[in-house]
Structure formats: structure tokens, C-alpha cells
Design a protein around this ligand. Structure first.
Ligand code: XUL
Ligand code: MN
Length: 365
């Protein structure tokens, strides 16, 4: 196997979860952030994705200096464990003041809360030494179309992005699109929307996208083509690799668990375009099954990383000369068969039965 170690991996502390879902409570006991940080390196991860309140719990009830003090402690814990923060994302979906959305709420006071909270996320990011702010625009959308003016909503999201860019001229804003859940319809459902927002912003060079596999599938789109689109604009800042079994709730399954071939194509597009060589992380955003017992709490992270590396090996050992020939011959049936055999680890047709081409040439004689 070639050297597969060049990629850096990240996940968020929320990925080690207690199993609550909308129909039932927690089934595992929680670990502290400090305990979780101790597991990153042994599991093969270097980057930590954070929500603002993963760093500073209960930050809405704290004074500025208290927030800074706690953020500094977490910054020190990261250094102690040889870890780096990948990004901070303001959690704009939990507080009662974000019930109708954050930046797009119909209430001016609630919109102000969302902006103030986002600025606090930047203060926290500074203390833990990351310039990257992720906006998953969870409740920026509608349940009822008539409840909001969508054009005004887009303008408000743009104003919010510009305000963040202005607040700190060293930050980068990464927009993570998702088409639905918790809202019926989100205002920034795809990477195309996110990149349009980036170009429209006050500083397009500092706004880019983060693509999550499951979110692209929920939008009915192919994750690897979504990634290619962002790469073509040099706007793929990070990824949340996971998987999604069709159009239902956001499943965040382990990478490759629902569609191995799609996972292969995501690794392929990242590898072929040099993703990661400027320090970008292979981020995971995977949910542990509710059925898992306490001591398997990190299984989905280890497994997702392992299958990324297996698929990377598949990408690197693809017979590209054969692929090129099949493409030149426009023999896409065989290109597909080759791809499936390669993924299955078989080198040629192994079952009885003549190859179709042989039959046809024989018929011509
Ligand atoms: C939600 C989701 C979030 C973001 C970070 O679907 O993916 O966890 O990744 O806020
Ligand atoms: Mn995500």
C-alpha cells in the first residue's frame, strides 16, 4: 500500500454522542471535552471542529472575560494534546431567540442576538487560534413560505457574512449548505448558493464552502460533483465526509456505509485535485448509532477514517491507462464494470460466460 499518511483528519466533539434522538433520550453517559481531546491523536485525528459552546459551555450567560478565560483553557488543552482547532461554528439554532431563525428571524432583536453570538464565536476562535468560522445556517429558511420574504432573507444573510468579515479581517467564513432539517426549506441549500454568496460578499477571497456528503445527498445531488464544483472555484475549504441512505432525516452515517462507490468518487475528486495539500482537513461529521454500547463510542470515527484510507488506496491503484483507453473507446459499460471489479478487489471477469465482445466478433466471422 502506498503512503496514505499525508491527509489530516478532524471531527467535532459532538460526534462522540450519547444517542438521544427525537423519539428517545440519551442511552450512553457523556464524556467531558478534556476526555474526548485525549482520544483524538490515538484515533489518528489532529483537528478539532468546534461549535462555539463546545469550547465555552453556557456562553450566553457569561461575561466577555469569562468567555476568553475558558477559551484560553481549551486552547492550552489543544496544545497539550498536540491538536489544532479546525474551525468554530456559532450555534444559532438552540436558543429560544433563534426559533424563527438567526440572521433571517422576523424579529430585529433576535437577528441582533444572532449577530452578537456570531461575533462571540470569532472571539473564541481567536483564543483557540483558528481563523475559520463555519456557518451552518440551520434555521435560516422557512416552514411556511409566506412567513418570510426570501429575497430580504438572502440580503440579511449577506449582511451577516459581511459583518463577520468586517469584525475581524483575518477570519475566513466557510458556509456549510444543507437543504432542509430543521427547516422545511433552507435558504442556502447547495454549494452553488454558498459560492454565489461568497462572490457577492465584501471579500470573496475570505468566503468559501464546506461540503457535507449527507447534505448533498439530501439535496438530491452527487457529493463528488458538488465537491468538484467548489474545487473548480477554489472554494472548497473543508468537507464533512459521512453517508446518507436516501431522502430522509440527516443520518450522518459512517463514511461509505450507504454508498461505497459514491464514497470512492468523493475520495477520487479530492485526491485528484490536490485537496489537503494546503493543510485542509478531511473532516468527518458522523453520528454514532443509538444501539452502540458505551465502550464503542468512537467506533464510527475510527471506521470512517479507515474506509477513507482504503478508498484512497483504491483511487491510487486505479488502472488509469485502462480507464483512458475505455474512455477513448467510449466503452462506458466496461469502464463501469472495471470500477466495480476494482472496488470489489477482483482483477478480471471471474465467473463463467463469454465476454460480450467475443460473442459479437465471433458472429461476424
Ligand atoms: C448539521 C451539521 C452541523 C455542522 C456544524 O447537519 O452538519 O453539525 O457541521 O455546525
Ligand atoms: Mn456537518
Amino acid at each position: 500500500m502506498s503512503d496514505l499518511t499525508q491527509y489530516r483528519f478532524s471531527f467535532g466533539p459532538w460526534n462522540i454522542s450519547e444517542g438521544a434522538d427525537p423519539f428517545g433520550p440519551e442511552v450512553r453517559s457523556p464524556y467531558t471535552l478534556e476526555e474526548k481531546l485525549g482520544w483524538y491523536r490515538p484515533l489518528g485525528f489532529e483537528g478539532v471542529q468546534f461549535h462555539d459552546d463546545d469550547v465555552v459551555e453556557g456562553l450566553d450567560g457569561l461575561e466577555h472575560l469569562q468567555i476568553i478565560k475558558r477559551a484560553r483553557e481549551v486552547g492550552q488543552a489543544l496544545r497539550d494534546h498536540g491538536l489544532v482547532a479546525e474551525f468554530v461554528a456559532p450555534r444559532l439554532w438552540f436558543d429560544p431567540r433563534t426559533i424563527d431563525g438567526g440572521y433571517t428571524s422576523n424579529s430585529p432583536a433576535e437577528r441582533q442576538y444572532a449577530l452578537d453570538r456570531s461575533v462571540k464565536a470569532i472571539d473564541i476562535a481567536r483564543e483557540i487560534e483558528t481563523p475559520n468560522i463555519v456557518l451552518w445556517l440551520a434555521r435560516e429558511g422557512s416552514y411556511v413560505r409566506e412567513s418570510k420574504n426570501a429575497k430580504t432573507a438572502y440580503a440579511r444573510i449577506l449582511d451577516a457574512v459581511n459583518l463577520l468579515l468586517e469584525y475581524d479581517d483575518s477570519i475566513q467564513v466557510w458556509i456549510e449548505p444543507k437543504p432542509n432539517e430543521p427547516m422545511d426549506h433552507a435558504y442556502v441549500p447547495t454549494i452553488g448558493h454558498a459560492i454565489a454568496l461568497a462572490y457577492q460578499s465584501a471579500d470573496p477571497s475570505r468566503v468559501s464552502g464546506l461540503i457535507e456528503t449527507a447534505h448533498a445527498v439530501l439535496a438530491g445531488l452527487d457529493p463528488s460533483d458538488e465537491m468538484a464544483f467548489a474545487l473548480a472555484h477554489d472554494k472548497l475549504a473543508s468537507v464533512h465526509l459521512n453517508d446518507q441512505n436516501g431522502l430522509k432525516f440527516d443520518q450522518d452515517k459512517s463514511f461509505g456505509a450507504a454508498n461505497l462507490r459514491s464514497a470512492y468518487n468523493q475520495v477520487r475528486v479530492l485526491e485528484q485535485n490536490g485537496f489537503g495539500r494546503r493543510g485542509e482537513f478531511i473532516g468527518l461529521d458522523v453520528k454514532l448509532m443509538r444501539t452502540q454500547k458505551q465502550d464503542g463510542s468512537m467506533a464510527h470515527l475510527a471506521n470512517s477514517r479507515e474506509f477513507f484510507l482504503h478508498l484512497l488506496d483504491k483511487v491510487r491503484t486505479t488502472d488509469t491507462a485502462l480507464q483512458d483507453q475505455l474512455i477513448a473507446d467510449r466503452n462506458y459499460e466496461e469502464l463501469e464494470a472495471y470500477t466495480l471489479r476494482h472496488l470489489l478487489g477482483v482483477s478480471a471477469r471471474v465467473f463463467e460466460g463469454a465476454a460480450p465482445q467475443q460473442l459479437q466478433s465471433a458472429a461476424k466471422v
